[in-house]
Each structure stands twice: as C-alpha cells, then as structure tokens.
Design a protein around this ligand. Structure first.
Ligand code: C2E
Ligand code: CA
Ligand code: CA
Length: 713
C-alpha cells in the first residue's frame, strides 16, 4: 500500500510538471505567433502609403478585416512616426486614439527600443520566419494580464533590411484572461484555469508565474492539476484492501486495472504533446514540432555524415487571397495546399506549417543539392495547378529556398536563417521560383547592409553624392534640348558606385526622399545657368506617392528661381500602379503648375499603351532595351514604331534612350522620334560642362549666321 501511495505521488508530480511545461510552452510560442500575425498587416506597401497619406478609412477597413481573421489580439493601435496614437481598434471596433493611454506605459518603452534598433547601423537580428524587427513584453493593463507587441509598418522590399527612421508603428494587445484562458484550458485540458494577481498556496492547485522581461512577477495562472496517481489511489484503496483479503490472484487483476488507468493517462499526455507540436489548421507539425525533428536529424547527420535538405516554401501573395476572398477561403487554400505538399514528400521527410503561408520541410531524402532542386521543381509545379476554393479557381505560385545540412551549417538557427536568405533571393528574383543557399548570398547580404549604412553617412557628408547631366538632343535639328540629372556616389573607399546599386537601396530604406531632394535642388540650381533648356529629374515611385512631393518641388523652384517650364520630372510606369490615387494627384499638381512629366523606361513595365490614356504626361522615354535592337532585325522596330506613332497621335514628345550608333539615330529620326539621348551624342557630364556646351551652341548659331559657308567650329 505504501509503495502504491508513493508511486501515485510520483505520477502526480510528473503530471503537474508536464502540464506546467505545456502551458509555459504556449507562452513561449505566443509572441512569435502574434508577431507573425502582425507582420501580415504591417509589411505592406499599401498600408505604408495609406498611413503616410492619412487615409484613415482605408486603414480602418484593412485593420478591421485583419483583426477578424487573427484571434490572438484584442486591441490594435497605430502610432505615428512621432509616437502619437493615430488609430485605435478595440474588439474589432474603431475606438478613439486616446484609448491608447491605457497601454502607453507598457507600449512606449517597447516602441522606443524598436526605433533605436531600426535607426542603428548594425543589421537588426530577425529570427525566421519573422521578417522584421519587433519588440514585445508581458504587462498588466487595467488589471488584466496582457501581451503587448510592437512592429513597424514597412514596405515589402524594405522589410529585409528593417532600417527605417520614420515608421508608423503597430501596437497589438492580446489579453491573457477570458477567451485566451478558455482556449488554453481546452487545448491543454487544464481544469479551472484562471489568473490572479496573488499566488494561491494549496496542494490541490498548480500554478505558473507570469513575468515581464525585467523578471517582475505580474501574476499567476492557476488550475486544478490532473492527478492521475491520487485519483487512482483513492479509487483503488478500498478495492485493494478487499483484494488483499481475498487473495493474491485477485491482486493481480487490481494491478491490471491500475495499468489500464496509467495507459489512459499516458494517452492523454500524448494528446497534449501533439497539441503543442502541431498546427491546429492543417494538423501538420508546427515550428516547435519540426525543430525537434531537425535537432534529431542534425544529431544523426553528425554521426552518419548523411546530408539532408531544409526547404522553406512560401505561398506567394497569400495575403491577397485572404483580403479578397476572406479568411475562411484562405484557410481552405492552406489546407488544400498542405495536402498537396504532403503528397510530394517521402517517408522519413517531415512537413511543418511554420507561418500563415510558410511551410518548412525537413527533406531527409535529399542527399545532394540536386535532389532538393528536383523536389522544389515538383513543389512549384504542384502549386501552379489551380485550387478549387468556394466554387472558384484560384491560381497560386510559391517561392522556395533550401539549405543543405551539414554543408551550410550544423546549427538549427543558422540553417533556418540561411534558408530564409535563399527564400528571399527567390522572391526578389520574381517569385514562382526556388533558390539554393550559397555562401555568396551571405556575403552579398552583408555587403548590402554595409552599403546601406554608408549611404546614410554619404547623404550627411558633403561631396560624396553629386549630380551629373546627360545632354538630350532634338532629333532633327541636333540642338541641345536639355539634360537629365543623374545621381552619382563616390564612396571614400570603394570609389564610384552605380546608381543601379544604390538607388534601390535608397528606395528600400526611405533615404530616397533625401537623395531626391538633393538631386532636385542641385539640378534646378545648375539649370538656372542654361536658360531655355530643359532639366529632367528622376523621381522614384516612393517620392511620387508622397503627398507633399509636388509641394516640395514647387518650393525648390521658388527657391532657385527656375521656371516651371524648364523642369521635367521623370517617373516610371511602376509608379502608376497605385490604388490610393496619390500618384495621379501628384502628376496632376505638377502639370498644373507648368512642370512637365515624362514616363521613363517606357515599355519595360506591365502597362500597355492604353495606360497613357488615363495618365496625362508630356513625354515618353523609350527604354534603351528597345533602342538597342532597332538597327538589327528584331521585333524591337515594331514596338518602337508603335510607341512613336501613338505618341504622335496624342501629341506627346518621345525621347529615345541609349542611342549608341549612327544607324540607330538615323532610324529614330526617320520614324519621327522627337529627341535623342545616349552615349553616341553625349555621356553624363558636370554642370559647368553642360553650360559650356550650351554656350558653344549659341556661339555656333551666331557663327553660322555670320558665315554660313564656313561651317566653322
Ligand atoms: P535612367 O533614368 O534610365 O537613366 C539613364 C541611364 O542610362 C543612366 O544610367 C545613363 O548613364 C545610362 N545611359 C545613357 N546613355 C546610355 C547609352 O547610350 N548606353 C547605355 N548602355 N546606357 C546609357 P545611370 O546614371 O547609371 O542611372 C541608372 C538609373 O538610376 C537611372 O536610369 C535612374 O533610374 C536611376 N537614377 C539615377 N539618378 C537618379 C536620381 O537622382 N533619382 C532617382 N530616383 N533615380 C535615379
Ligand atoms: Ca530617367
Ligand atoms: Ca530611362
């Protein structure tokens, strides 16, 4: 009897420890889950634009539908770059921004820490599958235990670098009582789970302390632990006493019953463990689950030397499906997709869902990179087959990245990070493709973040950034029409850095606004010295979409005294894809002020010639890719001729870019292109050099008029 009692106590202690462990696991997983939910709202070009433009209605519709879809948060606040609340949503309803006051004390330190991290020149630490930096902590808000999580609003492209100075911030609050406790109680089968600020001293009650990052105890979760030992002992004692009397044979039966009860308890433990390591929606492993698999594989690999692959797969543009068709359809798609993936793996491989639309596969069957490549190809092909959701056909694509272990690392986190790098590479190459990790990617990523830091410094120090001007000539008369301002960066150690490299970095980090303003000011100043000639200045999509852009251009004109007619702003087709309509407003405001607008790199984007009907511009610049082929038998002639003809009928001017040969120039003049630009006619030169050219041209004019026969230089 004594040994039975002892054994019962042992069983109970183990059971309580197990329940406590499961509950604490839920708290360990929660911050990353919430952060990932938040990213699905906060990493969005549209949101960044809408917030900057102050489109509250639009922001609200996005936040509301997002809050309905993600159950972990009860309240959401948006803070301006200055840290003031501009929007609040509590229980899926808009609330006055002032409701943030209740959360301020908990949220502001996190916000400030995050801003400091984002301003630092060191690359921020982000653990995949998360894509951006963030901060969270547990706190007590209005007497309720809560998790507070802060994330920056950031564009898709900039998410990787995470460096941003003036970000809007998303503050999410999830309360850890009521609904949350219900969910936990159900998931982990914890009876009477509750929260109280004071500890409860009782043998009958198990508890877990909630602490914040500083280690202060915020309160206690209590529940009535499952005590299989005590229950069974209580049930068994009278029976056993009788049994002892009846005889040893019957004791044997009693022990069998004991064993059955223990087995039942064991099954419950198995169920609970499964809940902690599996994804609710798909039943696949979750991150905790796959991490265990990977750890085991890694340990085996170190012994056996056998390689395996880790493949990360993202279903592209999943957010759009969610936004367009609702979360139920999104869930359906994920379940369908999970089943497809399941059909592609072999025994020994493990598949996990590690994020809303991300899956991780531990591909034990891939011994060589070629095996992983073939697998990725099968995945991409399987993704392209249409999905039937809600009576509709949905077409999807995926991006995949893989790493080989132990080739690319023997540490789980390192492998995950490198897998993410490979995935990002696949995405940046245009999605619907895969990429294997290579060491050069790491180097490239490091180099790039170094360049980001250097560009920030360059913009603050005089002399590193300068502007050159490439002359543009009238096609027929050969007269100088004007010049295009092109930014140049002379790095103190690395020398000249191509704009093809640093402009995208400036765009992703938001530095483009500063850079653009500098180029514009320099260009307007320079152009004052060549009256009658046009100065063309490039503007990135981010600049055009900024509501204050047109105003700033006008202010620069006023400051430098340049005539609006002398200025031409070059925008690209991609800038035109803008649901907020801000781009169109900017273009209209510029043109109303008398400034000309040119559509740059025409023909390379998605837009058709039809697009021009909607967007009134003054000039089309035909991309040099098409000019390259016009003196050879290619389709390019047909394209260029169509563009020029269309421009003529709508009274637009056309500039051919990248003219390098006489044949090209002759052909372009022949079809009626109005202006020419390219190395044949002139490379980018300094402002004073342009001034000289213009002066010489005037000189020519007067010489020509005086002595038409000599043609003197
Ligand atoms: P873009 O606007 O298409 O500028 C023309 C580019 O073509 C310039 O390259 C110019 O040097 C180059 N180019 C001109 N003639 C020829 C030719 O005959 N053959 C060839 N192969 N190339 C020629 P660059 O200066 O390297 O600028 C690259 C791009 O960087 C620009 O393309 C523009 O998109 C961007 N960029 C440059 N400066 C700025 C700026 O101040 N702001 C913004 N937003 N973007 C800029
Ligand atoms: Ca241009
Ligand atoms: Ca161009």
């Amino acid at each position: 009897m004594a040994s039975l009692a002892w054994s019962a106590r042992q069983t109970d202690t183990a059971s309580i420890a197990r329940e406590t462990h499961l509950l604490s696991l839920a708290f360990t997983d929660l911050p990353a889950k919430i952060a990932q939910d938040e990213e699905s709202l906060a990493i969005s070009d549209d949101m960044v634009r809408a917030l900057n433009a102050g489109y509250v209605g639009w922001v609200d519709s996005r936040v509301s539908s997002w809050m309905r879809g993600y159950i972990n948060l009860d309240a959401t606040f948006i803070l301006s770059p200055e840290g003031e609340p501009v929007y609040a949503n509590i229980d899926e309803k808009v609330a006055p921004p002032a409701t943030f006051e209740a959360v301020r004390q908990a949220a502001t330190p996190l916000e400030q820490k995050l801003r400091a991290a984002m301003a630092s020149t060191e690359a921020p630490q982000v653990t995949p599958p998360l894509r951006t930096v963030g901060e969270y902590d547990f706190a007590v808000i209005d007497g309720r235990p809560a998790i507070v999580s802060v994330k920056p609003f950031i564009t898709d492209d900039a998410a990787g670098s995470g460096r941003l100075l003036h970000a809007f911030m998303l503050v999410g609050v999830g309360y850890l009582d009521d609904r949350f406790l219900e969910r936990m109680a159900e998931r982990y089968e914890l009876a009477g789970l509750s929260f109280s600020s004071a500890p409860m001293e009782s043998d009958e009650v198990a508890s877990l302390v909630l602490k914040n990052a500083r280690g202060d105890a915020l309160g206690h979760f209590h529940w009535n632990p499952t005590m299989p030992g005590a229950t069974q002992y209580r049930m068994q004692r009278p029976v056993l006493l009788t049994l002892v009397l009846i005889g040893n044979a019957l004791v044997f039966f009693g022990m069998c019953a004991w064993g059955r009860l223990r087995r039942k308890h064991f099954q419950k433990e198995q169920r609970l463990l499964a809940a902690a390591t599996h994804d609710e929606l798909t039943g696949l492993l979750n991150r905790t689950g796959i991490n265990r698999v990977i750890d085991t594989r890694l340990a085996e690999t170190l012994g056996s030397g056998f390689s395996f692959a880790l493949v990360t797969i993202d279903l592209d543009r999943f957010k759009q499906v969610n936004d367009l068709l609702g979360h139920a359809a999104g869930d359906d798609l994920i379940r369908n997709y999970a089943a497809r993936l399941q059909g592609l793996i072999r025994s020994g491989d493990s598949l996990a869902r590690i994020g809303a639309n991300s899956f991780l596969i531990c591909l034990a069957s891939a011994r060589r990179p070629q095996d992983a490549e073939q697998f990725c190809e099968r995945v991409l092909a399987a993704t392209r087959k249409p999905f039937r959701i809600d009576e509709r056909e949905i077409f999807a694509t995926a991006s995949a990245g893989f790493v080989m272990a132990p080739l690319h690392g023997t540490d789980r986190d390192e492998l995950a990070h490198r897998g993410e790098t490979a995935l990002l590479q696949a995405k940046s190459e245009g999605r619907d493709r895969y990429c294997g990790f290579s060491n050069s990617m790491d180097r490239r990523a490091r180099e790039r973040s170094q360049l980001e830091a250097d560009l920030r410094i360059a913009l603050a120090s005089p002399g590193q950034i300068s502007v050159l001007y490439q002359p543009v000539y009238k096609a027929l008369s050969g007269e100088i029409a004007g010049a295009e301002a092109l930014a140049r960066w002379t790095h103190p150690q690395r020398g000249a850095i191509s704009p093809e490299l640093f402009i995208p970095i400036a765009e992703e980090t938001g530095l483009i606004h500063e850079l653009g303003e500098f180029v514009l000011l320099e260009a307007c100043r320079a152009a004052r010295r060549w009256p009658g000639k046009v100065i063309a200045v490039n503007a990135s999509a981010a600049e055009i979409r900024c509501p204050s852009y047109a105003q700033r251009v006008l202010a620069t004109l006023a400051m430098t005294g340049l005539e609006p007619q002398q200025l031409e702003i070059e925008i690209t087709e991609t800038a035109l894809f803008d649901e907020t309509g801000q781009c169109q407003k900017t273009v209209e405001a510029l043109r109303e002020a008398g400034i000309h607008v040119a559509l740059d790199d025409f023909g390379t984007g998605f837009s058709s010639l039809g697009h021009l009907q909607k967007f009134k511009v003054d000039r089309i610049k035909i991309d040099r890719r098409f000019i390259f082929g016009v003196d050879r038998p290619t389709n390019d002639q047909a394209i260029v001729e169509a563009i020029v003809r269309l421009a003529q009928t709508t009274n637009l001017k056309t500039t051919a870019e990248g003219v390098e040969t006489e044949q090209q120039a002759d052909y372009l003049r022949g079809i009626g292109c109005t202006d020419l630009q390219g190395y044949l006619l002139g490379r980018p030169i300094s402002g004073p050099e342009v001034e000289l050219l213009v002066a010489l041209e005037h000189g020519h004019d007067s010489l020509d008029r005086r002595a038409p026969d000599t043609g003197a230089a």
